[in-house]
Design a protein around this ligand. Structure first.
Ligand SMILES: Cc1ncc(COP(=O)(O)O)c(C=O)c1O
Length: 388
């Protein structure tokens, strides 16, 4: 056995999270390093979804809105997600896509800061964040200032700052406590997109006084393809929240069919229309895997797995790693390599599944609940073989 393989075997044996992998439906022949795009299927989800379809929908039909708890599911699932975000109960609601929630958060942030007209956006952001910000600007008359996250200098005209906690391309983690404080010192509101950090590290939204946050649930939270996103509002901002997609489900008394809009009092006012029950309850079941997980161990394993993968890549290839090797990363390693699209296709043909982002980036996601050190060695060996 190679030295790297024996180190991996020792680390896997000593891994306090090693039994978590059994909670997922994974095939050992495939090295699945794309959980930063679509998380693996937790084993308990299929039975739960079948029950929702066959019994709750099939037999109870409309009674399920009350009897099966469908109506309150956006807040209830939000409360289940809250500990993973460092958020108190009653501050997170689940529904719609991340894009829709970015729209909600940006317009709500602008409305919290009347008179200010600038939206500062991470220049390297995932495209949807930038597109939605541009659309919000066109709609509201605000202007967009694209800035590298490290160089953000909010001005007295900055209403809201939109940043990604972990960059989708480079895997770099930005300084959430520091950047939140600097936006707020300038009187701006901050919105964090947590899509690439929730589920790989403790986030501590409340402790860091974050105003608003959004994120996907289909990556490290394993909610399934197109699973609904979440929206966090700091508890003291909920009463004054004026969100732009305030549909009937955010009304204080939806079934009064009141022609006049009167918002619900708690986080329910951040809801929109009818919740996506099938995917929302698949996410609900997927969150079961986190019930006894220590997020400090998750963080520790994400750092150690990614560090070990880079060590393997360096020993076996000369490919360049663009992800920071200090602690400023999440669960992803990005490698820059010529013909990265073709290299990734060859890796996938060898059952090592990561993904490619233009122009030259190979991305590998190390979801700490189910990826092993042995997977890191296997992926690096396959990469070396492809490059040879
Ligand atoms: C940082 C970030 N934001 C948003 C999204 C996607 O948003 P939506 O769920 O609206 O497609 C992604 C998808 O990969 C993402 O990486």
């Amino acid at each position: 056995m190679s030295e790297l393989r024996s180190i991996a075997a020792e680390r896997d044996a000593a891994d306090p999270l090693r039994e978590m992998r059994d909670r997922f439906d994974l095939d050992d022949g495939v090295t699945y390093l794309d959980g930063n795009s679509l998380g693996a299927l937790p084993r308990n989800v299929s039975a739960r979804v079948a029950d929702v379809i066959e019994r709750e929908w099939g037999r109870l039909r409309i009674r399920s809105w009350a009897e099966s708890g469908w109506w309150d599911a956006p807040q209830r699932v939000g409360d289940r997600l809250a500990p993973l975000l460092g958020a108190p109960p009653g501050t997170v609601v689940v529904g719609d896509s991340t894009s829709m929630n970015i729209f909600r958060a940006l317009v709500a942030g602008l409305r919290m800061n009347p008179g200010r007209t600038e939206i500062v956006v991470d220049r390297t952001t995932f495209p949807t964040d930038g597109y939605i910000a541009q659309s919000v600007a066109r709609l509201t008359g605000a202007t967009i200032k694209p800035v590298a996250p490290d160089e953000i200098a909010p001005s007295e005209n900055t209403a809201v700052v939109l940043l990604n906690h972990v960059d989708y391309r480079t895997g770099r983690r930005h300084d959430l406590p520091g950047l939140t404080a600097s936006a707020q010192r300038a009187g701006a509101r901050i919105v964090w997109d947590l899509s690439h950090s929730a589920g790989v590290m403790p986030i501590e939204l409340e402790r860091n006084n974050v105003d608003l946050a959004v994120g996907c649930t289909y990556k490290y939270l394993n909610g399934g393809p197109g699973a609904p996103a979440y929206f966090y509002v700091r508890s003291d901002l909920i009463a004054g929240l004026d969100q732009p997609l305030a549909g009937w489900c955010s009304h204080t008394d939806p079934f009064a069919m009141d022609p006049e809009y009167r918002p619900a009092s708690g986080i329910a006012k951040a809801r929109g229309g009818t919740p996506e029950i099938l995917s929302l309850l698949a996410l609900d079941a997927a969150l079961d895997v986190w019930s006894d997980v220590d997020l400090a161990q998750v963080r520790q394993k994400a750092l150690s797995l990614t560090e070990f993968f880079v060590r393997c890549v360096r020993e076996l290839t000369s490919v360049e790693c663009v992800t920071p090797l200090d602690e400023n990363r999440g669960g992803q390693i990005s490698l820059s390599c010529p013909n990265a699209d073709k290299v990734m296709a060859e890796l996938i043909a060898r059952d090592v599944v990561g993904d490619f982002r233009p122009p030259d980036m190979l991305r590998f996601g190390f979801a700490p609940l189910y990826i092993r050190y042995a997977d890191a060695v296997r992926a690096a060996e396959a990469l070396a073989e492809v490059l040879r």
